[in-house]
Write a protein that binds this ligand. Structure first.
Ligand code: HAM
Length: 493
């Protein structure tokens, strides 16, 4: 029984039985249940993405969902929307300031340093997939818990690496049947960017009063983001803003030109877009995003980007690496890919199709059913068994509803005779076969393609990762009101 007030030491949570307490609990705003209909897309997409990452030589890493808040504050940057407004930050029961991860890059770089990966052959190529949290304004394609596949190459600064990552992102989407377009820019480095930001501030100063409230606040702390604001008034102003590419230092310009030359050697469509500045402070030089093409039209809303990434040469040293550690990476948004696939009517082979339904009648048949189902599963069939007693007609109705191709009928007589009835659900014809030869008989009836090409998407590792992420973090986050003054000196302790 819950007491009226329960106070937990070090992190007081007061549970009050208010009137809302009596209402049925509901999904949190911006969160999403992933129902079986979507799972077949999800698992297929994850499988494809993972397959490609592995075949390009990336190795899987998993980092915790919960990290020190400082990790993200120091890497993504205090003035960014992701840290300043959207991060789920709270004090845990040990009074540590922690955050639900809003992205993977910072955690992977922390792990690289903490596990001495600089001593492995360089570069280190890592990938991961899982859930992330950003308390942003929810809308189609933008959730507060979402999932990414993320690829990072740490320990190499050559421009060809950036081109390689862009190519992987593009071909990955193409393999899923999606047309897309790359937008690319250079955001310079610590040598040339400060001068550009000064030029940008000079340009915006006189126009500041016409900017949206958000941009007025970004002016000093996050000047680059003024360029990618989607408010019409701000877009009008940014149309004539000075461009970073005109202020790049020689090494940054050379790097950018080489990335473009590598891309020119591929069939990847790209466009130079001075407004791609990315929302995270750690980027240096190459910054890019991939947008979908739907019905021949490029979609360019901020919440339609399918993937985003770039180079972050200074991040590892910023987080404590004691030698220069250039790096580059990108992440793909799983929910957005699925949304785009559905909008493009891209169909996937059904994950939850059933080959065979097992209907049993009578106690002795019921007793045989579990072992028989396992036998058929091992033979590679997708089997749906009804082990509770029911009439044959209601079992056949159910078999029809779930789309079983064949129903096996096992009654008392069949058990005694060592036989089983195979009913073709389309024609309604039935045949009695020797139960010992059942697998052979079924293989003859089910088209070869069904057996061999049946997508075997469910792999324990994927399910484990996703399931635990679904259930972790969300409930406690409910209790966390996003801090109205989220990042203070305290965050930098
Ligand atoms: P990002 O651009 O913030 O980059 O996110 C990458 C992708 O994640 C986006 O293009 C989008 O598809 C998806 N995404 C982001 N926010 C949401 C959301 N609220 N709801 C649904 N999908 C979303 C990063 O996260 C960087 N860490 C990428 C990176 C890796 N850069 C270097 N290495």
């Amino acid at each position: 029984m819950l007491k009226k007030k329960t106070v937990v030491k070090a992190n007081p949570v007061v549970i009050k039985k208010t009137s809302r307490y009596k209402e049925p609990p509901q999904l949190l705003k911006g969160m999403k249940d992933i129902l079986p209909e979507e799972q077949q897309y999800r698992l297929a997409v994850l499988k494809k993405l993972e397959e490609i990452a592995v075949s390009y030589g990336y190795q899987r890493i998993d980092t915790p969902i919960l990290e020190q808040a400082n990790l993200f504050i120091r890497s993504i940057g205090e003035g960014t929307d992701v840290v300043g407004k959207e991060m789920y930050v709270f004090r845990d029961k040990s009074d540590d300031l922690v955050a639900l991860r809003p992205e993977f890059t910072a955690s992977i770089v922390r792990a690289y340093i903490e596990h001495g990966m600089m001593n492995r052959p360089q570069p280190v190529k890592l990938y991961t997939a899982g859930g992330l949290f950003r308390h942003d304004r929810p809308q189609a394609g933008r959730y507060r818990q979402f999932h990414q596949l993320d690829l990072e190459i740490i320990g190499e600064g050559q421009p060809v690496i950036d081109a390689e990552l862009i190519a992987i992102g593009y071909f990955l989407l193409r393999d899923l049947g999606l047309n897309s377009y790359v937008h690319i820019n250079s955001v310079g480095d610590e040598q040339c960017r400060p001068q550009y930001i000064q030029v940008l501030q000079d340009y915006y100063k006189a126009k500041r009063k016409n900017l949206c409230e958000n941009c007025k606040n970004r002016f000093a702390k996050n000047t680059l983001r003024l360029l990618d604001c989607k408010e019409p008034a701000c877009q009008e102003i940014s149309a004539d803003a000075p461009q970073m590419v005109d202020y790049l230092c020689v090494p940054c310009r050379d790097h950018f030109v080489k990335v473009l030359e590598f891309l020119d050697e591929t069939e990847i469509p790209y466009t130079l877009n001075p407004k791609i500045v990315r929302g995270l402070d750690y980027y240096t030089r190459t910054a890019w995003e991939i947008f979908p093409v739907i019905a021949g039209e490029e979609q360019q809303l901020s919440q339609s980007a399918l993937a985003g990434g770039g180079r972050y040469d200074g991040l590892a040293q910023q987080l404590g690496a004691n030698q220069p550690t250039p790096a580059s990476g990108f992440a793909i948004g799983i929910e957005r890919i699925i949304l785009t696939m559905r909008n493009n009517n891209i169909l996937l082979p059904g994950l939850y199709t059933t080959d065979v339904y097992l209907a049993q009648l009578g106690e002795s048949a019921q007793k045989r059913s579990i072992a028989l189902m396992e036998r058929l599963r091992q033979a590679g069939f997708r089997i749906w068994g009804n082990l509770v007693k029911n009439s044959l007609s209601s079992q056949l109705k159910l078999a029809n509803k779930i789309g079983a191709k064949f129903t096996l009928i096992l009654g008392q007589k069949e058990v005694i005779d060592g036989t089983i009835i195979i009913r073709d659900m389309e024609s309604g014809s039935q045949e009695i076969v020797n139960i010992k030869k059942l697998e052979k008989e079924l293989s003859k009836r089910l088209p070869q393609s069904l057996l061999n090409n049946a997508p075997k998407y469910i792999r324990p590792i994927e399910l484990e990762g996703l399931e635990s992420e679904q259930s972790t973090g969300v409930a406690p986050a409910d209790k966390i009101k996003p801090d109205p003054n989220p990042v203070t000196e305290e965050g930098l302790e």
